[in-house]
Design a protein around this ligand. Sequence first.
Ligand code: MF3
Ligand code: CO
Length: 259
Amino acid sequence: MIHYKTAEEIELLRASNQLVSKTLAEVAKRISPGVTTLELDQVAEEFIRDHAAVPGFLGYKGYPKTLCTSVNQQVVHGIPSGYVLKEGDIVSVDCGVLFQGYYGDSAYTFTVGEVADRVKQLLKTTRASLYKGIENAREGKRVGDIGNAIQEYCEREKFSVVREMVGHGIGKSLHESPEVPNYGRKGHGPRLQEGMVICIEPMINMGRKDITQDADGWTIQTADRLPSAHFEHCVAITKNGAELLSTFEYIEAVHNVTI
Ligand code: MF3
Ligand code: CO
């Protein structure tokens, strides 16, 4: 069942997502060679609690941390640890909060120092594909139009789209209907209607689309162990098209957009 949101609920979802965006910017300030993903997690948790909110992922189906930090060939759901970031790494940082009863959820893939040209291209393409998807998130369109736009854009650059993990509706729960795949057929899937709030989150691989799951029950990696990128925005479907509830503005004010 899809929960359609009132204007008041959309404002609460905006507040939650703005807090996520500001949290990601706090994390962005700390990204550099030598920092551990656990330190990033601690920065995020403290910032969220200082703003009268709680981490949205912590405890979700037993997830043990505030952030998901997925390095290089890790696609999503990497668990913060003592891993020390090094020059040339990329790290997807996915953050969720629960604030005033509503969830926020957004993700950004950061570069650590200088990264290889093809990796930059992967990040640039994945980020741009997210906005291609968002352009299609409007009334009259269907969920398949979003996925189709993302897939066409990424495959044109010879990257591949992860199939098993998808975007989602969001509200009083972190994951609501509908599922929002990053692949699909134009004109197929649920209709997009005013009041829907969805997270669009392309997970795009440099090599093949196949993934594996680690024994920790969470970490998803590419089967070929080539790098993967992940960007996520939360958007509301309004009369005037998609309205971003999260933003990369705060992040990109402090993190070099080398891409
Ligand atoms: N953005 C991710 C998702 O929507 C984060 C979930 S992590 C989890 O699936 F720990 F909460 F599962
Ligand atoms: Co999400």
